[in-house]
Write a protein that binds this ligand. Structure first.
Ligand SMILES: [Zn+2]
Length: 338
């Protein structure tokens, strides 16, 4: 193990200089066999244990099972270090290239063979549970989020930097901080730094000359709780009143693009839970249901066909349409429009 531990120290040193982001996008997979094996909980096979630069500690416990036949990063790693690539899922459509990352039918998996991926996930989890080795869990991962930026447009961050007291939050009576208008917008640097009145302030604690924070918050910050503010948008004393958000919230239907599902909606829920913990809202969740644009739920009607059936065209007026729609509904006609 002597050589291994030297080489390991070397590798860990190298990795510690890389950010998570760098390690996520790294194309050069690096690893080191630790000289030890883990026992596969179901098949009892010996699995070699490696340290690898593309495994992120934020994901699960940081120790993960590689699946080289079904994960492109693990596949690349296995090729480089000449590890066994064992196919355990086959395509239902006869594709045989590796890595195969879609769902399919299990093979080489003992009594789980021939199950489809979806059922196999359930069965394997249940099996591990019966062995006392694990249980199903829902996991959330909120990405680290830098809310500040060096732009004029945005919500000012109510913080003062004092040479003696350090970072000092503004007093409530000094809120809200309004953006100054005496700024020069040059396309270089943060325009807020050009406003002397904005930047030069006195410290709320000791009164000595201090500097106002000039970064502003990004718009995601506002979009994470605007629905609560909408319930009480004229309130000048606080973000919103608990009685009003109790009445109007939660939002019945949230309609938005699916691209919101992983960032905005998670942050919005995070804010809601934060306000809930502070006792500012009685609801743990901000939205009851999500409908994403572009998702076809069940039925659709063609507008042109509908107009045609009614004897109208897109050139006709809305009054003509109104007249036609007052006629008794003809189920046969509606069926033919689908
Ligand atoms: Zn001070």
């Amino acid at each position: 193990m002597g050589n291994t531990s030297d080489a390991l120290e070397e590798l860990l040193k190298e990795l510690s200089h890389q950010s998570t982001r760098e390690r996520q996008i790294t194309t050069d997979k690096k690893g080191l066999f630790l000289g030890v094996y883990a026992k596969h909980p179901i098949t009892n096979e010996n699995i070699p244990v490696f340290v690898a630069n593309y495994v992120l500690y934020e994901y699960g416990t940081g120790a993960i099972m590689g699946v080289p036949a079904h994960d492109s990063r693990d596949y690349e790693f296995a090729q480089k270090y000449d590890l066994q690539v064992k196919r355990v899922v086959k395509s239902a459509f006869g594709e045989d290239n590796l890595p195969f990352e879609d769902d399919g039918i299990l093979i080489n998996s003992g009594f789980f063979s021939n199950l489809d991926s979806k059922s196999a996930r359930k069965e394997i989890t249940a099996h591990l549970k019966s062995m006392g080795l694990g249980e199903p869990q829902v996991k959330y991962r909120l990405r680290d989020w830098n809310i500040s930026r060096q732009r004029y447009w945005g919500t000012p961050i109510p913080i003062i930097h004092c040479p003696s007291c350090g970072i000092v939050p503004l007093r409530d009576e000094d809120l809200p901080v309004l953006l100054p208008t005496d700024v020069s917008i040059t396309g270089h640097g943060n325009p807020l730094e050009s406003s002397r009145d904005f930047v030069n302030v006195s410290c709320p604690l000791c009164g000595s000359a201090a500097r106002r924070e000039t970064d502003t918050m990004d718009t995601f910050f506002d979009s994470s709780w605007y629905f609560l503010r909408f319930c009480d948008s004229k309130n000048t004393e606080k973000p919103f009143d608990v009685s009003l958000v109790s009445t109007w919230m939660p939002v019945d239907f949230y309609i938005g693009g699916i691209e919101h599902a992983v960032l905005h909606l998670l942050y919005a829920r995070f804010f809601q839970k934060f306000f809930y913990d502070l006792g500012m809202t009685p609801h743990k969740e901000p939205f009851l249901r999500l409908i994403t644009q572009g998702m076809v739920l069940k039925r659709w009607l063609s507008v042109e066909k509908l107009l045609d059936k009614l004897g109208l065209t897109t050139e006709d007026s809305i009054d003509d349409l109104g007249l036609k729609l007052t006629l008794p509904e003809d189920p046969e006609c509606l069926r033919s429009l689908k």
